[in-house]
Design a binder for this molecule. Sequence first.
Ligand code: MN
Length: 444
Amino acid sequence: MSTTAINETHDPKQKSWVDAANEAGADFPLQNLAFGVFRRAGKAEDFRGGVAIGDQILDLAAAVRTGMFAKDAAEAAVLASAPTLNGFMGADPGLASALRLALFRALREGSALEGRARACLVPMKDAEMGLPAAIGDFTDFFSSVFHATNTGSMFRPDSPLFPNYKHLPIAYHGRSSSIRVGSLASPHTFPRPQGQSKPADAPAPLFGPSKRLDYELEVGVWIGRGNDQGTRVSIEGAEAHAFGLCLLNDWSARDIQGWEYQPLGPFLAKNFATTISPWIVTLEALAPFRVAEFTRPAGDPAPMAYLDSPHNRAAGGIDLKLEVLLLTARMRAAGLAPVRLSASNFRDSYWTIAQFIAHHTVGGCNLNPGDLFGSGTQSGRTREEFGSLLELSWGGKTPVELPNGEKRAFLEDGDTLIFRGHCSRDGYARIGFGDVAGTVLPAN
Ligand code: MN
């Protein structure tokens, strides 16, 4: 099956009997059908899988008990109703596709299953979201050439990009234990990290709370089917191993990073917290928004054969619009709305999801269902498209001025960072990601 084929579940003319799913600007219309894990807040319940529809969650465990699914969709729904979605993500992609079609038909206007399905709805406002999967491994890429060039030029003005950048997708192996879901309704909170740093003018390293705490605007890629150790995933088959996408904030302590990152890369600068959005938007839902891979400037090297395919060239990218918003403690106290800091697009990523997977496995590394990739900070060409404060404030030299008079070179305690994402295109339903949000607490 193709990850870019348009089918019945993308039909923009179909509406849902859940009214909120049909509102203009809704993140979760009938054509999205994002998967997550939830329970009713304040109840002694087990987490279980659910599907987002409008402002509601279809409880898949309850839906399975009604007998509303048949054949492959029934098999898939049992897997997707578990407390973690690893089993569902690792199953044949055809099963998830069958469940998507069954959900589309059950939730659309005029469905004979409306009565049974309506009894399985839980309002999102009453739900507590959980991690969608047990995340075995987390790998964070560095796929925006604009971000890489910006950050590199601060430290190495004469040669911002390392010579390998345009030949392979750079990444580091991250930490999965500190990944949490968070959204504006229930932000992920964590204390400001402490550690070693060494300001340029200091004779010796210092210890204390980070003074240069930052966010990174990233797309998360959930791995579906894995591969056996010692085998590799070809770029042609790579997208069949990507279950779906979320939004990801790779919180980064720049002062800790600056002192520790050579020679082996980020460590404590990034291992204290990562926040992801709770809903997984499947690659199938994103089929209408596929675009050609990033156009490499003339003179850039062509990707090696294992990182190149006709499909990847023609449709390896995703037109996914991203934005960053900040709500400071003072803004919150004054009842002000979050303010937008920047906006960018995942289509400007130098490397694609298929290239991430093909490269990650080319040496024989095995991926497992529920592994998570971060795309790396998604910055675009202009300042309005920069995906971190490090870039917006250019290393702290030009603080961002907020409408209420506050300034930010880096994050302060009480700051809440919110990322949103959506795909839109004439002739198709808008597909939203919801939001990811986290709040910085004072250091312990
Ligand atoms: Mn990152």
